[in-house]
Design a protein around this ligand. Structure first.
Ligand SMILES: Cc1ncc(COP(=O)(O)O)c(C=O)c1O
Length: 480
């Protein structure tokens, strides 16, 4: 059933604007994968999904814990006696035992060097909901948050779409190792002021998506001083905190503010989630942890719109309170991530592909500048189309992360098994071998552009449903 020709007039401005941010190669790549997903036996020529930052390396540990702890679930004979209590529970403070367990887990992930107060934990639907919730608390429509580039493409949707908040990029590039410098911050802030934009804060992601690097203590201290001086908020998305697999160790902003003199703690807020560190994106466990009492009060009320399901809270309260399990999980997760990272990097090195050195995350930031005819974003997209359509790997181009320098691509490596990594590496090897044999300036993918553009048109007109799609087409709309 549709609304006819003037359907747009019947809907809200938010519903009909295109600020969701889905109109990007980052999401297009997912659709290409959905149309033709790789399967080792059923579809060995399909597209390999390397655009999804999922952590699937430790599912066996979780499954084992679930088998050993049937009481933790209300859906087992051992746990069903709790069913009524849990099914009825709807307090937006969340189960006390869940908040306690989350606070302990967050502390453990940060090396036990900081403690978190369970009463400051607010629930939300994943970090997606948590990021939006904190924006609703801190900014009005038209206000802005500064954000270092390159950044996670979903931020456009999460931070801006429904809140009306604007993002002001703080640019960095490889010439200084993508560092967030004081000069770049001052410049972006000054420009925003000149444009009469009300800057409410700075949002950082530590560890970084897409760089896979952690911020050092000095940088964090300088960011804290900057926001203190300007009297604006600092939101730290720490969703990848437990994905650190090699030195330097992880430093959370919670640790740094203990050491900064006269720090205005009211300005500091942490976003967390179990989507990456535990590999539970489907559970939608998101957290806002604010040091500001008013934000805690207001955010708690707002969290009514995105509570974590009580069944999930109940089970995770048990799982995350199991100290032995948590300790083993954190160590093993980081060990397996390192192993996978090293395997993938070795494969890239063998074909002389460089990447930005990283110590965290579920991805690497691959440098394909040498395969661009011209160092432009146009050529980056052309190359990306070839990688999707010919090499059949869904990687994400740097432009979709607002990177200011063409030629970078994010490649995820923790959402597949070892065999699939080998297939992906073989494809990369074959592609790079083929490209480097061509005389400079006439690479095969450039000869084939016509073909690729036409397949692109097909991409844009085909409607695909994906379990992971950020814009699943509603069944009602599909029926029209
Ligand atoms: C930096 C960052 N923040 C937030 C999210 C959203 O996570 P969630 O699945 O918990 O909503 C992601 C997901 O990729 C992310 O990379």
């Amino acid at each position: 059933m549709g609304f006819g020709g003037n359907s747009q007039q019947l809907l809200s401005k938010i519903a009909t604007n295109d600020k969701h941010g889905e109109n990007s190669p980052y999401f297009d790549g997912w659709k290409a994968y959905d149309r033709n997903p790789f399967h080792p036996k059923n579809n060995p020529q399909g597209v390999i999904q390397m655009g999804l930052a999922e952590n699937q390396l430790c599912f066996d540990l979780i499954e084992e814990w679930i088998r050993n702890n049937p009481k933790a679930s209300i859906c087992t004979p051992e746990g069903v006696h709790q069913f009524r209590n849990i099914a009825n529970f709807q307090d937006y403070h969340g189960l006390q035992k869940f908040r306690n367990a989350m606070a302990n887990f967050m502390s453990k992930v940060r090396g036990g060097r900081v403690r978190f107060d369970p009463d400051r934990i607010l629930m939300s639907g994943g970090a997606t909901g948590a990021n939006e919730l904190i924006m609703f608390c801190l900014a009005d429509p038209g206000d802005a948050f500064m954000i270092p580039t390159p950044f996670y493409p979903g931020f456009v949707r999460d931070l801006c779409w429904r809140t009306g908040v604007k993002l002001i990029p703080v640019h960095s590039d490889s010439s200084n190792n993508f560092k967030i410098t004081r000069e770049a911050l001052e410049e972006a802030y000054k420009k925003a002021k000149e444009d009469n934009i009300n800057v409410k804060g700075l949002l950082i992601t530590n560890p970084s998506n897409p760089l896979g690097t952690t911020l050092d203590k000095d940088t964090l201290k300088s960011l804290v001083s900057f926001i203190n001086e300007k009297n604006i908020h600092l939101v730290c998305d720490e969703i990848y905190a437990a994905t650190v697999f090699s030195s330097p160790n992880y430093v959370s902003v919670a640790e740094v503010i203990q050491e900064v003199e006269h720090c205005k703690r009211d300005l500091i807020h942490i976003i967390y989630s179990l989507s990456k560190d535990m590999g539970f994106p489907g559970f939608r466990v998101g957290i806002v942890y604010s040091f500001n009492d008013e934000v805690v009060n207001c955010g708690r009320k707002m969290s009514s719109f995105g509570l974590v399901c009580s069944q999930t809270q109940h089970m995770l309260a048990s799982m995350l309170s199991d100290e032995n399990f948590v300790t083993t999980f954190i160590e093993e997760n980081s060990r397996r991530l390192k192993k996978r990272h090293d395997k993938f990097m070795k494969g890239l090195e063998e074909v002389n592909i460089t990447r930005f050195p990283s110590n965290a995350g579920l991805f690497c930031w691959m440098n394909l500048k040498s395969l661009l005819k011209e160092p432009t974003f146009e050529d980056e997209l052309k190359l990306w189309r070839v990688i999707i359509h010919e090499v059949k790997l869904n990687v994400s181009p740097g432009s979709s992360f607002n990177c200011s320098e063409p030629g970078w691509f994010r490649v995820c490596f923790a959402n597949m098994d070892d065999e699939t990594v080998d297939v992906a590496l073989n494809r990369i090897r074959a592609f790079v071998g083929r490209e480097t044999k061509k005389p400079v300036g006439i690479k095969r993918w450039q000869q084939n552009l016509r073909l690729n553009f036409s397949s692109r048109i097909f991409d844009e007109t085909t409607v695909i449903m994906s379990p992971h799609s950020p814009i699943p087409t509603s069944p009602l709309v599909r029926a029209t």
